[in-house]
Design a protein around this ligand. Structure first.
Ligand SMILES: Cc1cc2nc3c(=O)[nH]c(=O)nc-3n(C[C@H](O)[C@H](O)[C@H](O)COP(=O)(O)OP(=O)(O)OC[C@H]3O[C@@H](n4cnc5c(N)ncnc54)[C@H](O)[C@@H]3O)c2cc1C
Length: 425
């Protein structure tokens, strides 16, 4: 049995009944591999449209990045729309631009419709360490306003000091359409919503093979599912199940700590409005306070998803750089999780043959885009593929160096960007 990784989220998860493991032969319209947000959002949109759906999860619902992440509802994609506008035909860029803020809206709609208790808070801030980053945030504000987000506020040095108890930043951009959630409780709530709509979820049911065909046959150790469509949603935890996908992305680990509860007063000295924060560096820090007033602080990237020898040694200095006043605070939880990086830092959606679909590679910013992915997948299977295809047409480049050398190559690239951030150029 593979349980949730020991984290603050697992320790504070809402009570939930486990799902059975698959030990029979089933038939359905759509078989989904993976119960993270990509798989869950797909399943929920599909059952709402009347499809019969089976979700197969190797471990537990939210076992992967979806149950371990920073909980930040970050709008747009991991690479912003200017990059897409510069490289895509205008019609495709227009469609992708029109979806920039939809993922966050989907999350809020799910929380409301299914009454999911996951500590939803409004507002997220991008914090600038340097004038160059602040200049870029001004451009981002213009771009996002152009695409319909009128809830943005640029913060100067004084302004950002009002939203974070740190002298570190020169300014920032507040997005009131951003926000944060308890990510595992969101995943668990979505799984319950699927169950309530007649969808079937199986945990401890790792998929061992997919036989293409009409129907396709998806096998686990003790069962099998015949399905008209298959959705591959294993992201950074997929391994080599689908060789076509393995070479064009790279699992990366990022680490998180949660302090002891600080008490409401001390937590509000750090983040008075309870916004979540991320900085603008390539290897970024992200942090927020939790429902029970802990500081949850993440950062660092370990390419190739190796476990760091000591997460505290890696993250505590980052936390103290931002909040030196926390030197006396104890850390109660540390964990690591994998996200999936792509060469372009844009998500990869597509089809293998005509009835195996995949969505993956959100490159560190996936809370909103995974929710959008599920909606677009359900549209595509019901005959409206235009918006899914706007993503599917983005190029999927393999990492240079192949499976052997992609880690050192990418780590060297990251080191360069990180140096650039530190120099402020
Ligand atoms: C530590 C961390 C912090 C992050 N913070 C943020 C943040 O604050 N904001 C943000 O926007 N993004 C963040 N991200 C990224 C975001 O969490 C991910 O992009 C998103 O959760 C990916 O969801 P997913 O469903 O595609 O993948 P996952 O959540 O990883 O789910 C994949 C699932 O597939 C299952 N699976 C794999 N192979 C098989 C198989 N063969 N059979 C059955 N099941 C299988 C896995 O067990 C897993 O449960 C963070 C990521 C990490 C790791």
């Amino acid at each position: 049995m593979t349980e949730h990784v020991k984290s603050y989220y697992a320790a504070s998860a809402n009570t939930h009944a486990p799902f059975p493991s698959l030990d029979e032969q089933l038939e359905c319209d759509v078989c989904i591999i993976g119960a993270g947000y990509t798989g869950l959002s797909s399943a929920l949109h599909l059952v709402e449209k009347g499809y019969s759906v089976v979700v197969l999860e190797a471990a537990r619902v939210g076992f992967g990045a979806s149950g371990r992440n920073g909980g930040q509802i970050v709008n747009s994609y991991s690479r912003d729309i200017d990059n897409i506008e510069a490289s895509c035909p205008p019609d495709q860029a227009k469609l992708l631009g029109s979806m920039l803020f939809e993922g966050g809206d989907i999350i809020r709609e799910r929380i409301k419709r299914y009454d999911i208790q996951c500590d939803l808070q409004q507002g997220g801030v991008f914090a600038a360490d340097t004038e160059r980053q602040l200049h870029e945030l001004k451009a981002q504000q213009r771009r996002w306003q152009k695409w319909g987000n009128d809830q943005l506020e640029l913060l100067d040095k004084e302004g950002i000091r009002q939203v974070v108890g740190s002298d570190r930043y020169v300014g920032g951009l507040l997005d009131k359409r951003g926000g944060h959630i308890h990510p595992l409780n969101l995943a668990l709530g979505e799984a319950e919503a699927i169950r309530s709509q007649g969808g079937r979820i199986f945990e401890q049911s790792a998929v061992t093979s997919i036989e293409p065909g009409q129907p396709a046959l998806v096998r686990t150790a003790k069962g099998a599912v015949k399905a008209r469509f298959v959705v591959v949603a294993g992201n950074a935890y997929l391994g080599n199940l689908v060789p076509e996908l393995a070479g064009k992305s790279m699992p990366c680990g990022t680490q998180v700590i949660a302090t002891e509860p600080l008490g409401e007063e001390r937590a509000r000295q750090l983040l008075p409005q309870n916004y979540c924060m991320e900085d603008c560096n390539y290897l970024l820090d992200y942090y927020r306070t939790t429902g029970d007033h802990r500081l949850l602080y993440g950062g660092g990237v370990v390419y190739g998803a190796r476990d760091p020898a000591d997460i505290e040694r890696l993250i505590i200095p980052k936390m103290l750089k931002t909040f030196p006043q926390l030197a006396d605070v104890k850390v109660e939880y540390t964990w690591t999780g994998n996200f999936l990086l792509t060469m372009l830092r844009l998500p990869q959606f597509g089809r293998i043959g005509h009835n195996i679909y995949y969505m993956q590679g959100y490159s560190g910013h996936g809370v909103t885009c995974t929710h959008l992915a599920g909606k677009l997948l359900a549209e595509a299977l019901s005959g409206q593929a235009e918006r899914f295809d706007a993503f599917a047409k983005l190029p999927h480049y393999p990492f240079p160096g192949g499976r052997l050398f992609r880690i050192p190559f990418t780590a060297a690239g990251a080191a360069w960007y990180s140096l650039r951030d530190r120099l402020g150029v």
